[in-house]
Design a protein around this ligand. Structure first.
Ligand code: GDP
Ligand code: CA
Length: 322
């Protein structure tokens, strides 16, 4: 079994390549649920859905999230309620786009959770319905919610105010500075997939945001300890290339939260739990600095712009773990 610690887009692209190298049923992805939210009363799990839709070849290739050939009739119809909802009401939020077909996923997840199913069960059912054979495991069945604290007064609120991850990421398009991140519920939630984490032949930390996608997993009891114990067969792929994130706020968050936005900053975060760091050719000159943090360093093209590139990166990743 190959175990992959996963956020959203970067992990999904990596998994898309990994299934070309290893049979899908020999792969378990433990997926971040700190981004999960409830809107319109619906339980939404963005990272799980990004991974599922990508592996099903159903992701919208341009947007990078949601389903392809999507329509937005429900979202448009919601607009009529915006003028009548009372001040302060959280109903009819229009800042988080949910496509018509995508809504069906959230309907199903919500209904099954209400019937008493666990998130792991529902996740398995949804991935099965999409024909995905990779085992997708939410990091916990318990609710863990990522919050960020605003570093300055801004449109999102006063300095020191906590907002939810989706308010930060989607509503404010991650354009506001943050001073800290917190994973509410992480200290009491029980981690899923610990057995796989211990027994897998190789553990891969996908090129996902280290501070808001991988950190929630690491905040769960037992995860860092399991990784530390088997550190030599844990491989990470840097989501930072030439100092920048390919997408999203990973680079700014690194700087704002006191880390170096570079492969060296990634090495410092991962060295205790991971023996090998894969960095992009653009960062080849930093390989010795990565090694100085106590990690083996492998240099390869890590930009997964095509399925073939994802496959090549997956193969290199598995080889470098041996
Ligand atoms: P999100 O949950 O959808 O935001 O996605 P992730 O948690 O997976 O984090 C996005 C991170 O993935 C960003 O830091 C990107 O730089 C990184 N990423 C996305 N695509 C690639 C890729 O092709 N190669 C590498 N090395 N990193 C990537
Ligand atoms: Ca995410």
């Amino acid at each position: 079994m190959i175990c992959v610690l996963a956020g959203g887009v970067g992990a999904a692209r990596f998994l898309r390549g990994l299934v070309q190298v290893v049979p899908a049923h020999d792969i378990t992805a433990i997926v971040n649920t700190g981004d999960d939210t409830v809107l319109h009363g619906l339980s939404i799990s963005p990272d799980l859905d990004t991974v599922t839709y990508t592996l099903a070849n159903a992701i919208d290739p341009v947007r990078g999230w949601g389903l392809e050939n999507e329509s937005w009739t429900a979202m448009s119809a919601l607009a009529r309620f915006v003028d009548v909802r009372p001040h302060g009401s959280a109903s009819a939020p229009t800042w988080f786009n949910l496509g018509d077909k995508d809504l069906a996923t959230h309907f199903y997840r919500t209904a099954r959770l209400r019937e008493g199913a666990t998130l792991a069960q529902v996740t398995s059912e949804i991935s099965q319905s999409f024909g995905v054979d990779v085992h997708l495991v939410p990091m916990s069945n318990d609710r863990v919610s990522t919050f960020v604290t605003l570093a300055n007064d801004c449109a999102a609120g006063q300095q020191g105010t906590e907002i939810t991850f989706q308010e930060y990421f989607v509503k404010h398009q991650h354009s506001v500075a943050v001073s800290s991140v917190r994973f509410d519920g992480a200290s009491t939630a029980s981690a899923l997939g610990l057995d796989t984490l211990n027994s897998a032949q190789t553990v891969v930390i996908a090129p996902s945001n280290p501070l808001v996608s991988i950190a929630p997993l690491r905040a769960l009891q037992g995860v860092d300890a399991a990784l530390t114990k088997r550190r030599e067969s844990v491989v990470a792929i840097s989501p930072i290339i030439a100092g920048a994130a390919l997408k999203g706020p990973a680079d700014r968050l690194m700087t704002e939260l006191g880390h170096e936005s570079s492969v060296v900053g990634i090495a410092k975060l991962y060295a205790p739990i991971c023996g090998t760091l894969i960095i992009d050719t653009a960062d080849a000159h930093l390989a010795s600095k990565v090694e100085a943090e106590g990690m083996r360093c492998v240099v390869v093209d890590t930009v997964m712009s095509t399925p073939e590139k994802s496959q090549h990166l997956a193969r290199t990743t598995l080889e470098s773990a041996r």
